[in-house]
Design a protein around this ligand. Structure first.
Ligand SMILES: [Zn+2]
Length: 109
C-alpha cells in the first residue's frame, strides 16, 4: 500500500477528493474484493457486482449468488461500465457506501 501511495503522488493527476485513499485523508481497512462495474453514472459512486458460490449441502452442489454493492470512486481513478476493479473496505461514507475503489484492473498503468 505504501508504494502505491508514492506512485500515485508522483503522477500529477488533479485530485481534490477528500475521500481519496491516495491524496485525501481516507483510511482503508477490512476486506478487499474484486468485481465488475455495472453502473458508473453517479457522481463519485459506482456499483460493483461479483458472483460467489453458495453451498447447498442437501444436494452436494453449489448455487451461484450475486453480490452487488456501491463503492466510492476517487477523482484520480477512471472507470467505465464493464471494467474489472478492486475495492477495499473503509469507514461508512454514506448510508449505502462503505467501500472505495483502489485499482482499475482493465487499464494498464
Ligand atoms: Zn486521488
Amino acid at each position: 500500500m505504501k508504494t502505491d501511495k508514492k506512485q500515485a503522488k508522483e503522477v500529477s493527476v488533479s485530485c481534490n477528493d477528500p475521500n481519496c485513499p491516495f491524496h485525501g485523508s481516507l483510511k482503508l481497512r477490512g476486506r478487499t474484493f474484486s468485481g465488475t462495474v455495472t453502473s458508473a453514472k453517479m457522481h463519485r459512486t459506482i456499483v460493483v457486482e461479483w458472483f460467489r458460490l453458495f453451498p447447498l449441502p442437501k444436494y452436494e452442489r453449489s448455487e451461484k449468488r450475486k453480490t452487488k454493492i456501491k463503492a466510492h470512486l476517487p477523482d484520480c481513478i477512471k472507470v467505465k461500465e464493464g471494467d474489472k476493479i478492486t475495492i477495499k473496505e473503509c469507514r461508512k461514507l454514506s448510508k449505502t457506501k462503505a467501500f472505495c475503489v483502489i485499482k482499475n484492473e482493465s487499464t494498464q498503468s
